[in-house]
Design a protein around this ligand. Structure first.
Ligand SMILES: *Cc1c(COP(=O)(O)O)cnc(C)c1O
Ligand SMILES: [Zn+2]
Length: 427
């Protein structure tokens, strides 16, 4: 393997979240050697240096509408080649109709379904392929509930980078199809995501494959944090009061927190939004740990079962960062039932025109529940992050419309029969 380490001037080091020990980026690739696979590292930046490279004014003149507009804030070399797929700068929609339904004034929806492979995971996979290329890695690997895999498959295809993907065999078909179409080598693991993760980790160690795994590779959070930059920039640097996001492993919510902390450190936003982590009641490890004050370093895995496959996690890998995100911002975890997640799919689609997969709609279900529990006040500005496109899980969407009693009309190709149907409509 070719070793091409260029010092990254914007980075001070990688800090272990368990022992606080700090490493140079050329010393470790993934986790703290003293804490094995649990020793997740956090990238530490030199904000004085970064502040001299980039500013809000500079960004206002930038015509790079991808995550790379924030390159000085990312763990890549300034001259690093980036993949050609357009990742980032997804739309942030004002949603007055949803706001009215909820009795709120300011509701926004950020639609990550518009990413090249249709989920937020593209933000992380884009960074992964740059890091892997920099290391001269021949193969990149990841385990995933589906979307991280599809993202890696797509980003790798865009630069002809060989990759091996481990997914649980019950991942939705659309996600598996994406991988096969992109040409990834796909390993369907007869087991859960945890099983796929463990097997992938073992394989990467034996074969020397570059590992993109969430909450193992410290740079994935760094890609995901760009969603927070965009939310604030799209709101003219007026940080919202709350951001609702669904939580599985906890990497996205940890990434949002990191992005917001970066912006605070640079003085680009003047307050910290409260992060609202939404979990499915059938996969609510973090919600329980937060509510009961449990120790997440010793809390055992739970059984996870939810229609929202992307947030099904028995042991959230990025639980340290996820819990900190909610606690340090004064947010909350909210748990929502599968039927509320399913109901949220057509509600979000009809109210804002955004079609989400179950895990994406869960964020909206969380907002509905939080309003119900009076956690949100009328004047607050809230952002709902739709993390994945509804076409990722057509089965889930069909269950959702079934639940709200929406069925198509079946007619013969005959005008009289059609007229009978139309005459029965009430509006
Ligand atoms: C991965 C994913 C999530 C959860 O992200 P974590 O980092 O695992 O918490 C939520 N929604 C979608 C669509 C995802 O793909
Ligand atoms: Zn450590």
């Amino acid at each position: 393997m070719v070793w091409r380490y260029n010092k990254l001037e914007n980075i001070l080091g990688l800090k272990c979240l368990i022992c606080g020990k700090q490493y140079r980026p050329d010393q470790v690739d993934y986790v703290c050697p003293e804490h094995g696979d649990e020793g997740i590292l956090d990238v530490q930046y030199d904000y004085d240096f970064i502040g001299r490279q980039i500013s809000r004014e500079y960004l206002s003149r930038s015509n790079d509408l991808t995550i790379w507009r924030y390159k000085p804030l990312l763990p890549v070399h300034p001259d690093a080649q980036v993949p050609p797929l357009s990742v980032g700068w997804t739309p942030l929609y004002f949603a007055p109709r949803l706001a009215a339904d909820l009795g709120l004034k300011n509701v926004w929806v950020k639609d990550e379904g518009r990413q090249p492979t249709a989920s937020l995971k593209d933000r992380a996979s884009a960074v992964a392929v740059v890091k892997a290329q920099n290391k001269g890695a021949e193969v990149i690997t990841t385990a995933s509930t589906g979307n991280a895999a599809a993202a890696l498959g797509g980003l790798c295809a865009s630069i002809q980078q060989p990759n091996v993907i481990f997914v649980p065999e019950r991942a939705p078909l659309a996600k598996i199809a994406q991988l096969l179409v992109f040409g990834s080598r796909v390993i369907l693991v007869k087991g859960t995501y945890v099983d796929a993760f463990d097997l992938c980790l073992k394989a990467s160690k034996i074969y020397g494959w570059y590992n993109r795994n969430t909450a193992y590779n410290p740079y994935m959070t760094e890609g995901k944090k760009t969603a927070a930059y965009e939310i604030c920039e799209q709101l003219d640097w007026n940080a919202p009061d709350r951001i609702f996001v669904s939580v599985g492993d906890g990497c996205i919510i940890g990434g949002l927190h990191k992005g917001l902390k970066d912006l605070r450190a640079l003085g680009w936003i003047d307050r910290m939004p409260k992060l609202m982590g939404i979990q499915a009641s059938g996969s609510s490890y973090l919600y329980e740990a937060w509510k009961n004050g449990e120790d997440i370093l010793t809390k055992q895995p739970i059984k996870a079962q939810t229609v929202a496959d992307s947030i099904s996690a028995e042991l959230p890998r990025d639980r340290i960062k996820a819990l900190a995100a909610v606690k340090e911002t004064g947010g909350a975890f909210v748990s929502v039932e599968d039927k509320d997640i399913l109901r949220a799919i057509p509600e979000l689609a009809r109210g804002a025109g955004v079609f989400a997969e179950p895990a994406g709609a869960a964020a909206y279900a969380g907002l509905v529940k939080a309003v119900d529990q009076r956690l949100v006040s009328i004047d607050e500005t809230t952002v709902v992050l739709n993390t994945g496109n509804g076409l990722k899980d057509v089965d889930g969407a069909m269950q959702a419309v079934d639940l709200v009693g929406k069925t198509p009309y079946r007619v013969a190709p005959d005008l009289e029969e059609l007229k009978q149907v139309v005459s029965g409509w009430k509006e």
